[in-house]
Design a protein around this ligand. Sequence first.
Ligand SMILES: [Zn+2]
Length: 99
Amino acid sequence: MDSRKHRRTADNRNGYEIVKELTSELMRIKEKIAYLVDNHFGAWFEKRKEVERELSDSQDMFCVCGRLATGIHEMNCQRFRNKVNSETVKRLVHLLPKA
Ligand SMILES: [Zn+2]
């Protein structure tokens, strides 16, 4: 019932805390990918291919990074790959161990 305290916490969030949060989110995704690759490689591989195709089809001219979205570019683009990875993790969340 202490909503004032919650609001104060939110207001006090500074850049450092936000970056820290984003970084730990990134690490969590990496851990999840590692778990999926180790334990459900087939599912990870198939789903990732599916997501990659889907996201690639959904970008018409430009990639998430702003460059021209050619097939070769997407294969090498870290931002595109990150997007594919995190979307794949999201779709395979049922295979992850319960926290
Ligand atoms: Zn790109």
